[in-house]
Design a protein around this ligand. Structure first.
Ligand code: FAD
Length: 592
């Protein structure tokens, strides 16, 4: 039987079947092999080169990229016809996740394989692919993505870089400056966005050696110091007309669709970084003694390990669930479909909301992890000789690039509202149903034969919180809601927590039966700890939102509903935390 395809944002209004969720426990031998290759590559090639990368020694980063190409790590997303492996998103995310231990280089890697390569893969003509793609997937050439400008960051379409046709009609002449370009100092091919005749936002493939292209000096940064970030300057840069990428005036589609994958990939990479940092924190907690015992025996430290482990479990569950959703949808497109990549792009765009959630949730999990890993290190966490200090600095950028977390948060309810207006999501109907549920007594009994029955009921309730809050917001602000950012952010926070918590629960329900004894108990502990945290976060965000959208009796009703729908019986929470902390502490790594 064909697998059911879930629509984007459907998680907010219906329950997914646990056996249809993709989880890391489902990886094939081939996928595990690629993960092992990435891990080995980082440990044997990248980490030893870190000092040279941080010193920006010429040739080091480009040399590493070539060796990543030789190891097959650059060709995962590319079509077989051009030397690619054409593997699924789960594999692509797994490689990004395992490369994350490489710190700065993983940023170069993600930029090259993601936003650098994918515009060409998705929108390039056969001739463009023949000319560039093989060079890129082998690492002979490095790719970069030039969207941001000094005056146009979040407002990416507000750029002033311009293009005009040369008098003989053979070239476009590009003028403008792109800012903060990853891989800038050594990239060979730039995907550059410029407005033709100051009107038609268009993408161009620009070789570094084209006349009129220069690269600015390295930015001095807070973190990821071993990655290259430069401006790229175009002064009547001569770009052949055949290097227009995609359609003239449709550059925004390329820019934004590629960012969906970029955000998703960033979510995977930061999850890998969080797992790694957590292991370092756990090892330090075992080794450092105070008051005559390892600090890892103190409840204060153990609680941190437990909470962080639970959050990383949710992040990992979310990433691979999303990979499964996208892969299921993409696998329905026949390989010989005439406009294959158009359908492919639409398939990814369907999950634009989930991609934004992945970016925000996972980057904020990493932020919490590195912050607490510094704290676990005490004063040593502040000292450069210990790795926690670098993790702390390297983490910060993830909440800024690939769309700031504010922009990504706003995108979540913004897209939901737009799709609801188009009739694609029955938001109003579901909000009414949630309201009815709020006004009627709860008669449902928990079925103890259903795995994680309490958590699943809680999730159904958390979805009602989202729907009731959104319904009240629409009622209060109508069409103006799109401009009420404080309200939108509160709704986004609820949706983010729901998707993450549900991903963790569905994964556990999906794989739990395969586990027994201690491993199963650890899994159940992670679900309990994470669900409890998610419920608290939803309650906080929803209460905030309620005060923004309602007053008087409506406010009282809304607050009552939030109280009722954010009940979760977390009996045994302390024991669950202690079990989880022991699992991470004993393994000195993320235990799943
Ligand atoms: C190390 C590094 C590497 C990068 N790599 C690349 C790359 O390879 N290619 C590329 O094109 N770009 C790259 N960027 C640029 C990055 O994507 C932008 O910095 C980012 O999108 C934010 O833009 P900005 O810096 O202009 O901030 P601004 O847009 O000025 O934002 C400033 C603040 O205002 C908030 N804000 C802005 N607009 C809104 C709004 N409408 N509503 C609510 N809040 C808003 C933001 O969330 C933020 O908190 C990189 C940046 C860095 C630092």
């Amino acid at each position: 039987m064909a697998k059911r395809l879930y629509k984007g944002a459907e998680f907010l209004i219906s329950e997914a079947a646990a056996d249809e969720v993709f989880a890391p426990e489902d990886f094939t031998e081939e996928q595990r092999g690629i993960a092992a290759t990435a891990e080995k590559f980082v440990r044997t090639e990248v980490l030893p080169a870190e000092p040279a990368l941080e010193a920006h020694q010429p040739g080091v980063a480009a040399g590493l990229m070539r060796r990543a190409g030789e190891a097959g790590l650059l060709m995962i997303d590319a079509p077989a016809a051009y030397g690619g492996l054409e593997l699924d998103k789960a594999t692509s995310m797994l490689a990004a996740e395992r490369m994350a231990e490489g710190g700065s280089f993983s940023v170069s890697y993600a930029a090259h394989t993601g936003i650098g390569t994918l515009p060409l893969v998705y929108y390039g003509t056969d001739a463009q692919k023949a000319r560039y793609l093989e060079k890129i997937v082998t690492g002979e050439w490095v790719a970069a993505y030039c969207l941001t400008e000094p005056g146009a960051g979040s407002d990416a379409m507000g750029g002033t870089t311009s293009a005009r046709l040369s008098e003989d009609g053979t070239h476009y002449l590009i003028d403008g400056t792109k800012q903060f370009i990853t891989n800038g100092s050594f990239a060979d091919l730039f995907t550059v966005f410029a407005k033709i005749d100051r009107k038609h936002f268009t993408a161009f493939l620009v070789e570094r050696t084209f006349p009129g292209v220069t690269v600015g000096p390295e930015e001095k940064k807070l973190g990821i110091k071993g990655s290259s970030t430069t401006s790229v300057i175009f002064e009547s840069a001569r770009v052949p007309v055949e290097n227009v990428l995609g359609e003239i005036g449709k550059g925004h589609k390329i820019a934004f669709n590629v960012l969906n994958v970029g955000r998703f990939k960033l979510g995977a990479a930061v999850t890998g970084a969080a797992k790694h940092a957590l292991g370092v924190g756990a090892a330090y907690a075992n080794q450092r003694k105070q008051f005559g015992v390892p600090i890892g025996t103190f409840g204060a430290i153990r609680e941190k390990l437990a909470d962080l482990t639970a959050d990383v479990f949710a992040a990992e569950s979310l990433i691979y669930r999303l990979a499964g959703l996208i892969d299921d949808r993409l696998s329905t497109i026949p390989a010989d479909a005439p406009r294959y990549y158009e359908a492919y792009q639409a398939g990814i765009e369907e999950y634009a909301i989930e991609c934004a959630i992945a970016k925000v949730f996972c980057s904020e999990v990493l932020a919490d992890v590195v912050d607490e890993v510094v704290q676990i290190h005490g004063g040593y966490g502040f000292i450069q000789e210990y790795p926690a200090e670098k993790y702390y600095r390297d983490e910060r950028i993830n909440r800024i690039f690939e769309g700031t977390n504010e922009i990504n948060r706003l995108l979540i309810p913004g897209t939901i509202l737009r799709r609801a207006q188009k009739g694609e999501i029955p938001l109003q109907r579901e909000a009414l149903k949630a309201m009815e549920a709020l006004l009627s007594p709860s008669l449902e009994e928990l079925d103890p034969s259903v795995p994680f029955a309490a958590e699943r009921r809680t999730l159904a309730d958390l979805k009602r919180v989202f729907l009731v809050l959104s319904g009240a917001a629409v009622q209060r602000f109508g069409d103006q809601l799109k401009d009420e950012q404080e309200v939108l952010l509160a709704a986004a926070d609820v949706a983010i927590q729901v998707f993450a918590a549900e991903s963790a629960v569905l994964r556990a329900a999906h794989v739990g039966a395969r586990l027994s004894g201690e491993r199963r108990a650890t899994l159940e502990a992670a679900v309990k700890v994470h669900t409890f945290r998610a419920v608290e976060r939803v309650a906080t965000a929803a209460r905030r939102g309620a005060f923004y959208v309602a007053e008087g009796d409506t406010l009282t009703l809304l607050l009552g509903g939030i109280r009722r729908f954010t009940k979760y019986d977390a009996s045994g929470l302390l024991e669950a935390k202690r079990r989880l902390a022991s699992a991470t502490g004993e393994a000195e790594r993320y235990p799943f």
